[in-house]
Ligand binder design. Structure first.
Ligand code: GLC
Ligand code: CA
Length: 529
């Protein structure tokens, strides 16, 4: 049985906000906190009761806020601490929760700790980071190039797992643990309900290992940082194995409540920048495996397909052109009626797609730009651009499309990054009015889920077999059972081995559960006994 506390988290429906691109309230082209406040009613109407807000702390923005120069103040472009307090208050007033992004692995090199640290070996911050006379290994940074950078002032190398301006903190130093505990307590006192924790697998290192993750003191550091009292935490970690997840998330470990498992997102690509043809079967089989294994070990699982680092899944494994509505809704039914905590990324509720840009100048993301220059060394520019266009994180970072006016309803000014090229077609206003509305489907789906204990705590079972080009699963609780049918890419006859009530929700108005299904058609019904 899932731990009591974890069962409560199943009731959270979390919406991820990338503040820079969500809603601009003052016309400077940059999304901000007041903009978020203005959309809380909208989110509530959709059926959201918790928000995860990507970093909104003071930052030079080399990695859009993941390079923090002060954890306890707000990025001026986003507003003030008062705006933040108002946002927390407005969220709580609506009975919703707020989860902040916590970035413990690295600070910006502009952070005063680093500025002090680089001054020499005998200041109080000297050991806040990793300094070496010689590179101790040849670790590579996630955003390309060596993970070691020479610092003139200090006359030593420091470690940066991401850009050169994101220096890794040294948790072997108890003062670092204390400083970061202070950050956690600061935000808890402000009233936040949980944390999404950035690259948590990196906070302990073993320099003799091939890679910079899962160091020997990882679990100890996690407990020191966040295990002091129960609190919702979801870690970003490179976990692919249930045993590893148990070590992080079993209730008696007092570490993370859950973590994002990324295995299912590997569908539709050979690597981050290389497409590969895949069927929804890949996604299904991955999800089944994790549903079964997390149930077996009483772990809380996260249900998500998109985030600020991932091009929309719909563009990788479904039809984001002709059957965009069907694809978006079918994917939602495949995912969000499983057991776990749903995370919906901004724009997903209207079936937002990858952007497709035709010049490298239109990209902003540091990872994409570095990758492009790297690719150009071995291939023609056009091919390099194609790869970046496919895999770029910017695909998820274009401003939220609220309507089809000049600034897409996001801004009255010039947006900090180009508007999505399809914003006149795909936007909240048009979608909500459309005959085939992704938004209304999400709203119905979330309401179905929220209002039936079966979809929260009920057991998962898979009915279709491994060779079937579709997915049938059930959720059962006490004497109630629901069946969910999601067809894949091709039209076919599907027969459901239960007597069912009329479908409670479908994406194409079908009236019975068995029969011919159109591509990406889905239906959900209660099983009659
Ligand atoms: C995580 C974030 C990503 C960021 C990186 C470094 O992967 O999701 O956006 O660039 O960590 O902080
Ligand atoms: Ca603004």
């Amino acid at each position: 049985m899932l731990d009591e506390r974890y069962r409560a988290y199943l009731r959270w429906t979390i919406y991820q906000i990338y503040p820079r691109s969500f809603m601009d309230s003052n016309g400077d082209g940059i999304g901000d906190l007041k903009g978020i406040i203005s959309k809380l009613d909208y989110l509530q109407e959709l059926g959201i009761n918790a928000l995860w807000i990507c970093p909104c702390y003071q930052s030079p923005n080399d990695d859009n806020g993941y390079d923090i120069s002060d954890y306890e103040s707000i990025m001026a472009e986003f507003g003030t601490m008062e705006d933040m307090e108002r946002l927390i208050g407005e969220i709580h007033r609506r009975g919703m929760k707020i989860i902040m992004d916590f970035v413990p692995n690295h600070t910006s090199t502009k952070h005063p700790w680093f500025q002090e640290s680089r001054k020499g070996k005998d200041n109080p911050y000297s050991d806040f980071y990793f300094w070496f006379d010689e590179k101790p290994n040849n670790w590579q940074a996630a955003f390309r190039g060596s993970a070691w950078e020479w610092d003139e002032m200090r006359g030593q190398y420091y470690l940066h797992s991401f850009t050169v301006s994101q220096a890794d903190l040294n948790y072997e130093n108890p003062d670092v643990v204390k400083a970061m505990q202070h950050v956690v307590d600061f935000w808890r006192e402000k009233g936040v309900d949980g944390f999404r924790i950035d690259v948590i697998d990196l906070i302990s290192k073993d320099f003799s290992k091939k890679r910079d993750d899962f160091g020997p003191r990882l679990h100890e550091f996690i407990r020191e940082l966040i295990g002091r009292e129960p609190f919702f935490t979801v870690g970003e970690s490179d976990v692919h194995d249930i045993g590893e997840m148990v070590r992080h998330c079993a209730a008696n470990r007092h570490e993370l409540s859950t973590l994002f498992v990324f295995d299912h997102l590997e569908c539709g690509r050979a690597d981050k920048f290389t497409p590969k043809k895949d069927s929804l079967k890949f996604l299904r089989d991955c999800l089944i495996r994790w549903q079964q294994e997390t149930a077996e070990h009483d772990l809380l699982y996260t249900l998500f397909s998109d985030n600020h680092d991932q091009p929309p899944l719909i563009s990788r494994i479904a039809d984001d052109a002709k059957l965009r509505y069907e694809s978006a809704t079918d994917l939602a039914a495949m995912l969000y009626l499983l057991k776990g905590v749903p995370f919906i990324y901004q724009g997903q509720e209207i079936g937002m797609t990858s952007a497709h840009l035709d010049s490298i100048d239109d990209f902003d993301d540091v990872e994409s730009i570095n990758a492009y220059h790297d690719f150009c060394r071995t291939m023609p520019e056009e091919e390099a651009l194609g790869k970046v266009d496919f895999g770029s994180r910017d695909n998820a970072r274009h401003p939220m499309c609220w309507d089809d006016t000049e600034g897409a309803g996001f801004t009255t000014g010039t947006p900090w990054i180009s508007l999505h090229p399809r914003y006149r077609e795909i936007n909240v206003k048009s979608d909500r009015k459309a005959d085939k509305s992704v938004w209304r489907f999400y709203q119905s789906l979330l309401s179905l889920r929220r209002n039936n204990e079966t979809f929260l705590d009920g057991d998962f079972d898979v009915i279709s077999s491994v060779d079937d080009p579709y997915f049938i699963y059930t959720r059962a609780w006490k004497d109630e059972k629901w069946v969910i049918v999601c067809n894949f890419e091709t039209e076919q006859e599907i027969s459901v081995p239960f007597d069912c009530e009329a479908p409670a929700l479908t994406n194409l108005k079908r009236t019975s559960m068995s029969g011919v299904y159109a591509p990406y058609e889905c239906a959900i019904a209660m099983v009659s006994d």
